[in-house]
Design a protein around this ligand. Sequence first.
Ligand code: BG6
Ligand code: MG
Length: 232
Amino acid sequence: MNKKGFIFDLDGVIVDTAKYHFLAWKKLANSIGIDFSEAQNEQLKGVSRKRSLEKILKWGNKSLSEGEFKRLMGLKNDDYLSHINQMDTSEILPNVAQTLDFLKENKQAVALGSASKNAVPILKKVDLLEQFEAIVDGNDVSKAKPDPEVFLIGAKLLNKEPEDCIVFEDSVAGIKAANTANMISIGIGQKEVLHEADYVFTDFTEMSQDFLKGLISGKNKKQTKRNVSIDN
Ligand code: BG6
Ligand code: MG
């Protein structure tokens, strides 16, 4: 049987934590006199904690000392964790648990590839930690997405070649990272936003078992449309 490596992003793919990031960043930004909108929060998807604060400060035209910067990152994370602590299995996004079960039943290798340093506590809260053979998170990487490092480490831990790996991602940076790693990129979200992905689904309820079987068998391949579109 074919065995592929399936790598899942966490935030926005397995659970919708963007709403908690929004609450925590908004509280922090407002506390230092910076406005923060949902549209700005969108731009922080897949972006590391440090880079997120850098962007917020830029939007607000503010600069901070290194010590203050660190303190504010800590405050944001404490507030974020207070939301995470309330999470339970009801927050797993639709059909994600079933997809993980299906891959396990079909003896596929499954890893997590996330920018978050809170990945393990979140997976514990939603009772999915055991579903992953390998976890690569914000504590393991030195280069953030769109750099492919997080997914390449994931492939290595699963003992798979990058071209035998499939990535599920909701962020543009994550799709770029998967493409750079030469993995099949599957966008979870809007086609217009994730147009660089090989395949896009609104969510996992749209993804059939036949499609997953096609990924396992190799029938569903990496697309070449990015090259084609240049000629149009
Ligand atoms: C990504 C989120 O998965 O993780 C980002 O999409 C977040 O919004 C990043 O900033 C880092 O997460 P954390 O939990 O380490 O602050
Ligand atoms: Mg994400």
